[in-house]
Design a protein around this ligand. Structure first.
Ligand code: NAP
Length: 248
């Protein structure tokens, strides 16, 4: 892998490029085809090559909690979490548990058995959910009435010391996070494939586009690895998008 932006002749140090202080921050991590599709035959395996796997496992290593929608956790194995050796060493040096927690967002609580295979997951759900479906097999956080209030759920996670959140999607969960205005950054791997008909990254009517600022660009055999910050909209903006002169 080589670092194109900011320009560097050194091999990228992925942990240094992605590790952040333990502040509450929500990072999205996704792999896409060039046409934006996020799945082939219902899952993302065909999109992910060696460069993406290295970044994916690094992103997992440097977070406190992996946030995933039940839809994705029904088609991909969230019971086994692998990290890079460098990422695992970083966690040890930071005094963190060997693995991040996994938090699944679900109202139905129709969860894949693999989720419970090795560790006790967190389940973020709402008051209307039938908790008897997961009995005593998970640590449950209830946020919201008939749907999960993502902003509240993220605040409750931060209160448990799980502030560095890696949202691995899928698209519907990402839409909930963006709709709650809680996405701080987006780490995207673009694989040189046209996927064709597939779910889009963000199934949400945003009204106005959300700005992103590129932090870095890596490349490996045609695969592009990017990290973007979300540019927050001014809180007091008029209809032209300018900061209001009367705003505080
Ligand atoms: N390329 C990539 O990087 C990538 C990453 C992730 C996923 N994917 C792909 O994306 C597809 C799945 O994505 P998806 O958008 O259909 O599903 P998803 O976002 O993973 O999961 C949707 C489910 O999450 C729960 N959920 C999400 N937000 C909620 C809220 N605010 N309140 C209550 N429940 C909420 C609901 O679960 P219940 O139905 O249990 O109530 C909902 O049905 C798969 O094909 C997967 O392989 C690709």
């Amino acid at each position: 892998m080589r670092q194109l932006l900011p320009p560097s002749d050194l091999d990228p140090d992925l942990v240094a490029l992605y590790a952040e202080p333990a502040l509450a921050r929500v990072r999205g991590g996704f792999v896409l085809g060039v046409d934006g599709g996020v799945a082939v035959d219902g899952n993302s395996r065909a999109l992910s090559g060696p460069a993406d796997r290295a970044v994916f496992r690094t992103l997992r290593a440097v977070c406190d909690v992996i946030l995933v929608g039940a839809g994705t956790a029904r088609v991909e194995d969230y019971g086994t979490i692998r990290l890079t050796a460098e990422g695992a060493a970083w966690r040890k040096a930071e005094g963190l548990p060997p693995l991040p927690r996994v938090a699944v967002v679900s109202r139905s609580l129709d969860l894949d058995e693999r989720l419970f295979a090795h560790a006790r997951p967190l389940v973020l759900t709402c008051e209307d959910a039938d908790l008897s479906r997961i009995e005593d097999r998970a640590d449950v956080i209830v946020a919201g009435t008939d749907t999960v209030d993502i902003g509240l759920a993220l605040d409750l996670l931060a209160g448990e010391g799980l502030g560095r959140v890696l949202c691995e999607g899928g698209p519907r969960l990402l839409a909930s996070v963006v709709a709650a205005d809680r996405l701080d950054e987006l780490c995207l791997t673009t694989t040189p494939l046209l996927v064709g008909r597939a779910p889009d990254l963000l199934p949400l009517d945003l009204g106005r586009p959300l700005g992103l600022r590129l932090r870095h660009l890596l490349e490996d055999q045609g695969t592009l690895v990017t990290r973007y910050d979300v540019v927050r909209r001014p809180r007091h903006a008029d209809s032209e998008g300018e900061v209001s002169s009367s705003g505080g």
